[in-house]
Design a protein around this ligand. Structure first.
Ligand code: B16
Ligand code: MG
Length: 222
């Protein structure tokens, strides 16, 4: 069996923070006087905070000074944090605890690879922080997904080669980043949307018991 490690995306894989991003971005759109729908919010999944604001302003056809943009980035995050600080372990998505237990039992280490600058806080809120051997978040990268940087730093934290790493992701840009890093990509969510992934599951509860063991046998490397 080959040695492998796992890199988890946060929003959409471990917890659903997209609903809180939506409320905070919608509040800003309301303030600026245009409609922001849940369909619009899909465009922001896996995307950095700065890029999210650019997309939102494009939707509303609003132009702002750099100063105003900075101001709204801060106020949006303050609003978002009001929801995040109320989160608890009950918000961990189905199948996460079972998968982490299975990885622990197999001696497989895992790190986080998220675009969120709030990732450490969120993991602490849901009591998962201590289980991860490393966190790569929006503060540690210079290039956003689909650039592979976030996952390559994750591989370093696992002391593994990229081809020994398995990435769980819910966003197209994240799957592209994992593929570009030469890692095994697992799409969590809509199979059609995430068709570039090496494997697809609707959610983590759908992962068969022997899946991780079989991956260890099959990994490209090593
Ligand atoms: P923050 P992920 C991403 O998390 C979210 O999907 C995305 O909607 C958000 O804009 C981004 O984090 C930045 O979040 O404002 O907290 O820094 O999916 O990469 O875990
Ligand atoms: Mg995500």
């Amino acid at each position: 069996m080959n040695k492998i490690g796992v890199i988890f995306d946060l929003d959409g894989v471990i917890v659903d923070t997209a609903k809180y991003h939506f409320l905070a971005w919608k509040d800003l759109a309301d303030h600026l006087g245009f409609e922001f729908t849940e369909a619009h919010n899909e465009l922001l999944k896996g995307v950095s905070r700065v890029r999210s604001l650019e997309i939102l302003l494009d939707i509303g056809k609003v132009e702002l000074s750099e100063e105003k943009k900075q101001e709204f980035l801060i106020s949006k995050n303050e609003h978002y944090l009001k929801y995040i600080t109320k989160m608890g372990a009950e918000e961990i998505l189905p199948g996460v605890n079972e998968l982490l237990d299975a990885l622990d039992a197999l001696g497989i280490q895992y790190v986080l690879g998220s675009a969120s600058k709030n990732a450490p806080l969120i993991l602490k809120q849901v009591n998962l922080y201590e289980r991860f051997v490393g966190i790569v978040d929006g503060n540690s990268v210079s290039k956003a997904k689909p650039d592979p940087e976030v996952f390559l730093i994750g591989a370093e934290k696992l002391h593994l080669k990229p081809e020994q790493c398995v990435v769980f992701e819910d966003a197209i840009a994240g799957i592209e980043a994992a593929n570009a890093a030469n890692m095994i990509s697992i799409g969590i969510g809509d199979e059609k949307t995430l068709h570039k992934a090496n494997f697809n599951f609707k959610n983590l509860t759908e992962i068969p018991d022997n899946f991780i063991k079989e991956l260890m046998d099959k990994t490209k490397a090593i």
